[in-house]
Design a protein around this ligand. Structure first.
Ligand code: AHR
Length: 507
């Protein structure tokens, strides 16, 4: 089949905010304990963090980490997680029915982020707690000293404030499963008052207010309208969460789910602008897509694991083993996020280690990269510090069970510009083929960029959509050089294999 991509260096969607390459660490399953933290491991550093995991986090290019939850945060007392480790209380975690030792807390995780080169996005508990606890933790973390909470931080070993720049006002407060679920009215008011006092303590922070758990929840839309009506003036971003699944093994529909993601983003942006218009404000709210991934392989298992060891620790919960088609969906989700770089400033792949994660660890043993690791790594590496270009794709369409008129190819291009001269240094095209049968020949007019040649084609492909990477076979699905293409007279003719994730780099 033939497809055509239209690009022009003048048509810039927006500058990439490098916080788009974020991830999420929740006190859940084996993400923290036995994941990134394992003091008895031969590769543990002086704080108990695994150096091999840290290396993989750096390789993945993670720029920001949302922490400590998730559902966990809605019952969490942040004070439990500071001070001498031996004196920290063990608590029941009602969200995941496990026991939290608080061995890893705010100081330790801030140190982990520093080692990983990532900035910290910290969530406050607006489930069982409120404005007072929220402002206290901002004072503890960000105030220089001379007050009760800031002096306690200093006493606990951190002379300098952590300077956490970005805070979440709770987590999924619309959801029935949330500890301390709220109505939109209740939450909007609580978010507003919490935001107000948090910013009084530190006016430099930015705040993310909870949007809906997803577009399929009944209150979606109304929730955003009501919440923003209360707190529009006090917050900076609205959160979006979305996980896709393929329980019926319908690859064509599974790969088309980013049409739903497009619609979700568009609707939330429109609601923000509706409230802006209604309130006659100049301020524009941006979006924080702070939980996204594929998640379904382990659904159902977790209840059994919990029933077998209720209030246990580091249970192997949500340990989805990702296959090749999941990597394509993750690639498509990344493309969708990039296309909205003008509006989405923060995004977090949920999660980072062992729990619906790109990185897996064996207790006392090694690590391996899941299939989804690779598209994320490519985007974090090649889209960092670039401009996103409007990418028009003329490609045949298909119909499937869930959607009609699905483009066989989806993609987005980014451009790196020389800061001094303004000349284009590199154009990178990220592209997924949803076509199960045929290679596409893609033509791309490069005239507006000056003289570019094809430097590299990185390809992720496997003949079996169910192929996975496992501890015993860790590189079954891994990137390799692709068939590439030609560039003649400033026109590229590229080969995009059937069902594939592609990175074309032009320099
Ligand atoms: O990422 C797993 C869970 O998914 C999070 O705790 C919650 O916010 C969401 O429902």
């Amino acid at each position: 089949k033939s497809s055509k991509i239209i690009l022009d260096r003048s048509y810039v969607v927006g500058k990439i905010d490098n916080r788009l390459f974020g991830s999420f660490v929740e006190h859940l399953g084996r993400c923290v304990y036995e994941g990134l933290y394992e003091p008895s491991h031969p590769l543990a550093d002086e704080l108990g963090f695994r150096k091999d995991v840290l290396d993989m986090v750096r390789d993945l290019g993670i720029s920001l980490i949302r922490y400590p939850g998730g559902n966990f945060v809605s019952g969490f007392h942040w004070e439990d997680s500071v001070g001498p480790v031996s004196q920290r209380p063990r608590r029941l975690d009602l969200a995941w029915k496990t026991t939290e030792s608080n061995e890893v807390g705010l100081h330790e995780f801030a140190a982990f982020c520093k080692k990983a080169g990532a900035s910290l996005m910290y969530s406050v508990n607006l489930g069982t707690r409120g404005a007072d606890d929220a402002r206290n933790v901002v004072e503890y973390a960000n105030h220089a000293g001379g007050t009760y909470w800031s002096d306690l931080r200093i006493k606990n070993g951190a002379e300098k404030p952590f300077g956490i720049p970005l805070w979440c006002l709770g987590n999924e407060m619309d959801a029935a499963w949330q500890t301390g679920q709220k109505s939109a009215q209740e939450y909007g008011r609580l978010a507003r008052e919490s935001a107000k006092v948090m910013k009084l303590v530190d006016p430099g922070i930015e705040l993310v207010v909870c949007g809906s758990t997803g577009p399929v929840i009944e209150t979606f839309g109304d929730w955003e309208l009501t919440v923003l009506d209360e707190c529009y003036d006090y917050v900076d971003y609205v959160s979006l969460h979305r996980y896709y699944e393929n329980p019926e093994h319908d690859t064509a529909s599974f790969l088309a789910n980013t049409l739903d993601m497009e619609d979700f983003i568009h609707t939330v942006a429109c609601i923000c602008d509706t409230v802006k218009g209604k309130k006659h404000r100049k301020k524009k709210l941006n979006l924080s897509f702070d939980e996204w991934n594929v998640w379904y392989h382990t659904k159902g298992q977790d209840e059994e694991l919990i029933a077998a060891d209720r209030w246990g620790q580091a249970l192997p919960l949500l340990q989805d083993v990702y296959n090749f088609e999941d990597a394509l969906v993750v690639g498509l989700m990344l493309i969708t996020l990039l296309k909205h770089a003008d509006r989405i400033k923060i995004s977090c792949l949920a999660q980072l280690v062992n729990v619906i994660a790109p990185i897996m660890t064996e207790k006392g043993g090694g690590t391996w990269a899941q299939t989804i690791f690779y598209p994320f790594m490519h985007v974090a590496k090649y889209a960092k510090d670039t401009d996103v270009l409007m990418t028009l794709i003329d490609t045949p369409l298909y119909d499937c069970k869930k959607y009609t008129s699905v483009p066989y190819l989806d993609g987005v291009a980014v451009m790196a510009v020389d800061a001094q001269t303004g000349a284009c240094r590199e154009v990178t095209l990220f592209c997924v083929s949803r076509d199960p049968d045929e290679e596409h020949t893609v033509t791309l007019d490069l005239r507006s960029f000056g003289s570019l040649s094809l430097k590299e084609h990185i390809l992720l492909h496997h003949d079996n959509v169910n192929a996975c990477n496992t501890q015993s076979d860790p590189f079954r699905v891994a990137p390799a050089p692709g068939p590439g293409g030609t560039v003649e007279d400033q026109t590229a003719v590229l080969r995009v294999p059937a069902l594939s994730w592609n990175v074309f780099r032009f320099t």
